[in-house]
Design a protein around this ligand. Sequence first.
Ligand SMILES: Cc1cc2nc3c(=O)[nH]c(=O)nc-3n(C[C@H](O)[C@H](O)[C@H](O)COP(=O)(O)OP(=O)(O)OC[C@H]3O[C@@H](n4cnc5c(N)ncnc54)[C@H](O)[C@@H]3O)c2cc1C
Length: 299
Amino acid sequence: MIDILIIGSGPAGLTAAIYAARAKLSHIVAEKDFMGSGAIAVTEQVDNFPGLFGISGYDLGEKFREHAEKLGTEIITAEAAEITRTESGFKTRFKDGSEIDSKTIVYAAGTSYRRLDIEGDKLLGVSYCATCDGAFYDGKTAAVIGGGDTALTDALYLAKIARKVYLIHRRDEFRANRSLVEKVKNCANIELVLSAKPTKITGEKRVSAIEISQNNETKTLDVNGVFAAIGSVPNTDVLKGLVELDERGYVKADENGETSLPGFYAAGDVRTKALRQVITACSDGACCVNSVEEYLNLR
Ligand SMILES: Cc1cc2nc3c(=O)[nH]c(=O)nc-3n(C[C@H](O)[C@H](O)[C@H](O)COP(=O)(O)OP(=O)(O)OC[C@H]3O[C@@H](n4cnc5c(N)ncnc54)[C@H](O)[C@@H]3O)c2cc1C
C-alpha cells in the first residue's frame, strides 16, 4: 500500500510527484501513454512559464519529468480503468489488469481534444495536433477549425509551413488572446472564414476538401488537411459514480484539490477552475500533496 497514487504525468502530476518525493511519501505516477509530459509536450513554444521564456513545450515537460525522476519518482505506463474505495484507501485497476492499492489518489489526468463530429472526420488528413502533423503540409493548403488560443496558435504554426491556411470559425469574432488575433489578421497566408460552420469533409481516403455553411450557403474549400481545435473534454470517464463532477464532466475540487471524496484529490486541467495552464496545473499538484499530508496526519 503506497501513500499516493498519482494518475497522470503532465505538469500537475509531475509537480505532485516532486512534492511527494520531498515529503518522503511513497508514491507512483501512472501515465496512460508516453507522449512527453502531458498536453504541453506538443506546444511549439511556451512564453508564459516564469523563468523559462520561449522554451518548447516538450523541453519544459522533460524538465518536470527529469526533476521528479531525480528525486526518485517511479513512473509507470498504465491506464487507470477503474477506481474503487476500499477500507484503507483506494484500489486502482489498470487496463492491463494490474492493480495498485494506495491510501490516497491525486487525479491529474487532464483533458482530451473534443472530436469533430461531422461526415468525413475519420479521413486521413484530419488531425487534432498541428505541431505533430503540420510538417506534412509543406507547400500545401490546410484548414484550421476553431476560434480560441489553440486554433489561432495552430493556424500561425501551419502558416509557416503551408502555402495557405483557412481559419474557419463559427462566430465573427475570436475569443482568443488579443496578440494572437493581431498576428493572425496580419499573416498574409491565413484567410479568415468567419461565421462559418464545417458540415462535411470530403476525399477518397485522404482529405481533399471541406464543406462549410456560411450565410445559408454551402461552400467548398479545397484543402489537403483539416486541423480541429474546438476545445477539450475532461478525462473523467473512470470517475463516474465515484466522485462529484460538474455538468461538463470536470472534477469538482477546491484550491486544495479536495473533492467530494476524502483522500481523493484532483489537480490540473481535469478539475473545475478558471484558468487551465501549466502554472496553475503545477500549483494544483503542489496543493494536493499538501492536502494529502494533512489527511494522513503527517503535519
Ligand atoms: C496546443 C496547446 C498549447 C498550449 N499552450 C500553453 C502555453 O503556452 N502555456 C501554458 O501555460 N499552457 C498551455 N497549454 C495548456 C497546458 O498544456 C495545460 O494546462 C497543462 O498541460 C495541464 O496539465 P495537466 O497535468 O493538468 O494535464 P495534461 O498535461 O493533459 O496531462 C494529463 C496526463 O494524464 C494522463 N492520463 C490521462 N488519462 C489517464 C488514465 N486514465 N490513466 C493514466 N494516465 C492518464 C496523460 O497520459 C497525461 O500524462 C496548452 C495546451 C495545448 C493543447
